[in-house]
Design a binder for this molecule. Structure first.
Ligand code: ADP
Length: 485
């Protein structure tokens, strides 16, 4: 098995900069690929949090000409991950969110910021760094979407390219008058290049021009070929279905390990399930929930958005608590949903606890202290919270879409008699089906043996990166071999 070098290009990387699942993936994949003899170096923007975390930093190139202002490419490490950092202060020396200002509005120069990232990525692909010639350049989401375009339209030999889409809701579309500033040749503005309905499409460009496309679950890879899930790109996905595959995400099983998790009140594992009770008690204390031994706690750790079905939860919350459940919510997102949950926490005090904000520790505590985790997403490319829930013995209750359908085995009668169920899946994301799923969950919870079995099955599920890393390694090898043939 020959060693391969891969350049990963992304706007987020756990734990340095994270707004969602993308960061978890780009942070966890490089160490997991080592076992597959893949050396991955990740190119990220030089946000303050990235630069300050960098060790063994060394300037490897002046990239001012590529980045539209004084800029350096720095090589270094953060934890177990090798990095290239695009230190372009005029674009990235901004505190806080990587994409938007304190007013919550995307930065006006986002297209130029991420075009610069892609230009530098392509330059590395073309041999900018003497001792790192990637065999594959792997771009993530629209921020890195122009990378395959810069590689494709350059008049030079290039490495193989892979484009991964984590969330199609964000496509990076900008007015066509931006095009001349990108530095691509005029013929790149075509239906087979970066043009998208008369605009410039960053993600569309990557999806059109990369040698291989992946998304983060097999079911989502099917869903996006048609209808609403394709979000306007379904025709492109259909046209390129021969190079489109779905590879599930894993989670970092060191960070998410209930036996060693420093955020928990009490460690536990599959054989020490009763210890979860301490974590539930602590969670109730933290969120002001009543100590009602008969009520299961349903956790939610989510962006508070329509995609995540949080409007449906809010609509149904009165029924859910009246049915006998408690709900622990951690999330941030749409202002109206945040306000709605705050209001509901007052209306259902003792039965509903709500924390608005982003809190890693509390996320771990909810996974460890909840009996079930609610994930009623309208679409879900892969989803990570249900994987963490499986590992922590919180039974996932989820919509049957995308990666949720691929990672949870519904505890129907057949699955239960075969001893393989791990959660509760439901169809339509609307009030009644959602309440139906809550009722099924409550019935299962009240049958202690069934519940324990669900928890144990979930905890025995392999949610690590080992399997996904094997799939990515196979894909890299395949695309390199095919291009070389
Ligand atoms: P997304 O669509 O938001 O990327 P995922 O389920 O793929 O959804 O990943 C979400 C990740 O972010 C998970 O690791 C989850 O634990 C974490 N997360 C989401 N909201 C919060 C929050 N408010 N506080 C802490 N962690 C959160």
């Amino acid at each position: 098995m020959p060693a391969l070098s891969v350049l990963s290009v992304a706007a987020e990387l756990f734990p340095l900069v994270k707004t969602g699942g993308l960061a978890d993936v780009t942070g966890a994949l490089p160490p997991a690929l080592k076992a597959e003899r893949i050396r991955m170096v990740t190119l990220v923007p030089g946000y303050p949090g990235v630069l300050s975390a960098l060790t063994d930093a060394e300037v490897v190139a002046d990239v001012g000409a590529l980045a539209g202002g004084p800029a350096r490419l720095i090589a270094g490490r953060a934890g177990h991950v090798d990095l290239f950092v695009l230190d372009a202060p005029h674009y990235f020396n901004r505190p806080g969110n990587p994409y938007q200002g304190p007013d919550g509005r995307p930065y006006d120069d986002n297209p130029m910021r991420f075009a610069a990232l892609a230009r530098v990525a392509a330059a590395i692909g073309h041999g900018l760094v003497a001792d790192f010639q990637p065999d594959v350049v792997h771009s993530h989401d629209w921020h890195a979407g122009l990378t395959p375009a810069f590689l494709h339209f350059a008049d030079a030999p290039r490495p193989a390219t892979v484009m991964t889409v984590h969330n199609l809701a964000f496509q990076g579309q900008y007015p066509a008058d931006l095009f001349p500033a990108l530095g691509l040749p005029p013929h790149a503005f075509s239906i087979h290049g970066v043009e998208y309905y008369g605009m410039v499409g960053f993600l569309k460009a990557g999806l059109s021009l990369a040698d291989r496309i992946t998304t983060v679950s097999p079911t989502y890879a099917q869903e996006i070929r048609s209808g609403a899930a394709g979000m306007g790109l379904e025709g492109l996905f259909r046209a390129r279905s021969d190079v489109l595959t779905g590879i599930l995400n894993g989670i970092d099983t060191d960070v998410w390990n209930p036996a060693t998790d420093p955020s928990l009140d009490k460690a536990f594992d599959r054989r020490r399930l009763p210890a979860r009770v301490h974590n539930r008690k602590a969670l109730r204390d933290r969120l002001g929930l009543d100590h009602d031994q008969h009520a299961p706690v349903f956790g939610i750790i989510s962006r508070l958005t329509w995609q995540k079905g949080m409007d449906v939860v809010l609509e149904a919350i009165g029924d859910v608590v009246r049915l006998g459940a408690q709900v622990a919510v951690l999330g941030a997102g749409d202002r109206s949903l945040e306000d709605g949950f705050r209001w509901a926490a007052g209306a259902f005090a003792g039965r509903l606890g709500v924390v608005i904000g982003y809190d890693e520790d509390l996320a771990h505590q909810i996974q460890a202290g909840s009996d079930a985790l609610l994930v009623p997403s309208r679409f879900e490319p892969c989803g990570l919270t249900q994987l963490c829930a499986l590992r922590y013995g919180a039974v996932p209750v989820a919509a049957r879409v995308g990666g949720l359908a691929d990672t949870i085995i519904d505890a129907n009668e057949m699955a239960l008699s075969a001893g393989v169920g791990t959660g509760i899946l439901f169809g339509q994301v609307a009030r009644d089906p959602f309440i139906g799923a809550v009722q099924r969950t409550l019935a299962a919870f009240r049958d202690a043996d069934t519940w324990k079995k669900l928890q144990r099955n979930g905890m025995a599920t392999d949610v690590s990166w080992a399997g996904p890393a094997r799939h990515y390694a196979a894909l890299y090898r395949e695309v390199v071999a095919t291009r070389g043939a």
